[in-house]
Design a protein around this ligand. Sequence first.
Ligand SMILES: Nc1ncnc2c1ncn2[C@@H]1O[C@H](COP(=O)(O)OP(=O)(O)OP(=O)(O)O)[C@@H](O)[C@H]1O
Ligand SMILES: [Mg+2]
Length: 386
Amino acid sequence: MALLEIRNVTRRFGAFTAVDNVSLSIEAGEFFTLLGPSGCGKTTLLRMIAGFDTPDAGQILLDGVDIADTPPENRSVRTVFQSYALFPHMTVAGNIAFPLQMAKTPASEIKSKVAAALDDVRLGGFAARYPHELSGGQRQRVAIARALVTHPQLLLLDEPLSALDAKLREQMQIELINLQKSVGITFVYVTHDQGEALALSHRIAVMNAGRVEQLDRPDRIYSYPTSRFVADFIGTCNLLDGKIVGIQQDTVPEAAMEIDVPGLGIVKTALAQDAQVSGTGLVALRPEKICISAADGSPKNTAENHFSGKVKELLYMGDVTVYIVETSGGARIEALLPNSVAGRPKLFEVGDAVDLTWCRDAGHFVHEAVNKEAKADHAGHEVGNG
Ligand SMILES: Nc1ncnc2c1ncn2[C@@H]1O[C@H](COP(=O)(O)OP(=O)(O)OP(=O)(O)O)[C@@H](O)[C@H]1O
Ligand SMILES: [Mg+2]
């Protein structure tokens, strides 16, 4: 049985639907992330799990029990907010002891529990400090220790690292992964930062306008987006609209499809599920899966895709360069190449004639017509994405 089950939960504010018929389940011990753009309903969903807000429809079950009538303080759920929300007049130890005192923990146990929670977040020597004497990262670790000290079943974290600078955020991400492993508590993490979601999570629910668009492992979300929104939102992606013009079942090593992409030509991809000739959709192609080489007119492997073009624009980023290549038909393809040749800051200049090559399974075909039907089905039968 899942630890947390969200069944067809909807929350409306007046005529606006902030969370729209969301269903998903989270297993005990999971690091689960709700990822989506600002305003897509992440915090609203989290507040309902915590009990600070109530669904207009649907159910939330913790350990199989509907928690609609359980007040927040009686749920085995704690929340860490972006803003830390520490008590400024209390020491670190006082802040962490507070929920234990509320739970009427015997005074004799409080000291050791506070010390253990401080150890968990590597703040052993900081018990006597006040919040204003701590850095942002340290304050957030105190907030996490305070949330964990009562050993909740579920820890909710709402953009806990967004106030920190990039370097510190990366360090805290590694700490969070290790902390979650060592305490074994289920984390539900909210972020609008896709890199953070990919780095931290066992599974990610990508949300858009109150709905779950896709729920899967990070590598699946990145490599096999099931909608235009997900392909576009996660990382950078070439989205090549086209139409299926050929299906070859007997190609080696696996079946292939041919997609006619206006402005580019025929693009070969791996066979998509339910593919039919004349079906429409898009080829989602990541810039780092494309090889760029100097145009040399040599014959190419026909199992692969190759197109020639000219570098139109480039973005030098130190370790890598992003090249925008325009093909003779006018398609613009973004490709990314590491600047790995010694003595050369980058490999190509604007105006250079180049060949673009990528293998058949580098591009992932997203069937748009099928997706629309799936969505209509979702609404009609009130089934979730989980
Ligand atoms: N109490 C409220 N009254 C009216 N509208 C609300 C209320 N709370 C949230 N909303 C609206 O619901 C939508 C979802 O809000 P929510 O805070 O869940 O977004 P979010 O995904 O957490 O965004 P962000 O990444 O910016 O924090 C927003 O359009 C917001 O304006
Ligand atoms: Mg929010």
